[in-house]
Design a protein around this ligand. Structure first.
Ligand code: MLT
Length: 308
């Protein structure tokens, strides 16, 4: 019998491939609840809340596979897992559309002051002059990272007749042409964009990619978006550039520490924020849960597991 733990409220419907297995028992719950026989668990399915640390792996000696229902695997100690021979898989494309759409919604909300206007109307006010926004039409959107999400966002921006400039060292000329985007250097994207959005994983290279030095290169009045991972835009530098008036506003779905608590950026009126909702749609959650459930089942059925 295989013992499988689905943590972090992974969408139940997506677990069907595992629930149908006759030789598996599927537990739901958190690793720290005290209610799960951790020592017997063969497969662990997580979203982002569970931190799969070396210490947790020590308590799970039977573990063979960790499946991340999402893209980023930064909540998993890959090195510690690999040392133990534990496979780590993710769901590389299940939430692409949802995250691209959320980024687009954040961009439109930021430029049209929708969160502020909403709060004002709910407060029985009618201050039309206070919420003059800007059009997206004709603006230059700079996309840093043209993987799945960056590419889907570019398509949507093109539909709104924005100019799209992108930086991605792996982007081919043909793909850029097909998407109708201008492939540029990082510096060019910084210098020429009205709005900049980041869509890279958080790595040693991308941590603080937008920082005191690089933010200086951006246009005065630039808008910044981060719906990827907290820390790609240095939070302290961003707060300073908003306070000194260089950055006109920022839309953030992610923070270095989540939840961010009483964070200096949240005290700034020019910052709008959501609680890491990029992948939080019914469709994306079903997609990623199904993808990882299938991967785990394939693993137990002794077939090769595919991954990004
Ligand atoms: C991801 O990495 O897939 C997204 O950030 C969503 C999530 O963390 O659940």
């Amino acid at each position: 019998m295989y013992h499988i733990l689905a943590a972090d409220s992974i969408k139940e419907e997506g677990l069907l491939p595992l629930l149908e297995m006759e030789n598996a028992v599927v537990y739901r719950g958190q690793t720290d609840s005290g209610e799960i026989p951790l020592e017997r668990i063969d497969a662990l399915l997580v979203r982002s809340a569970t931190k799969v640390t070396n210490e947790l792996l020590d308590r799970m000696p039977s573990l063979k596979i960790v499946a991340r229902a999402g893209v980023g695997v930064d909540n998993i100690d890959i090195e510690a897992a690999t040392k133990r021979g534990i496979i780590v898989v993710n769901a590389p494309d299940g939430n692409t559309i949802s995250t691209a759409e959320h980024t687009f919604a954040m961009m439109a909300s930021l430029l049209r002051n929708i969160p502020h206007a909403y709060a004002s109307v709910k407060n029985y006010e009618w201050k039309r002059n206070q919420f003059i926004g800007s059009e997206l039409y004709g603006k230059t959107l700079g996309i840093v990272g043209m993987g799945r999400i960056g590419s889907e966002l570019a398509k949507r921006a093109k539909a709104f007749e924005m100019n799209v400039r992108v930086f991605d060292p792996f982007l081919t000329k043909e793909r850029a042409e097909n998407l109708g985007v201008i492939s540029s250097s990082f510096e060019d994207v910084l210098k020429s964009s009205d709005i900049i959005t980041v869509h890279t994983p958080l790595t040693k290279e991308t941590k603080g990619l937008l920082n005191w030095e690089t933010l200086k290169l951006t246009k005065k009045g630039v808008y910044l978006l981060n719906c990827a991972r907290g820390g790609i835009i240095d939070e302290e530098a961003l707060a300073e550039f908003i306070e000194n008036g260089h950055v006109a506003g920022a839309a953030l779905d992610v923070f270095v520490t989540e939840p961010p608590g009483d964070h200096p950026l949240l005290r700034l009126d020019k910052v709008i924020a959501t609680p890491h909702l990029g992948a939080s749609t019914r469709e994306a959650q079903l997609n990623v849960a199904t993808q990882v459930a299938k991967a785990v089942r394939t693993y137990f059925e002794d077939k090769p597991v595919s991954n990004s």
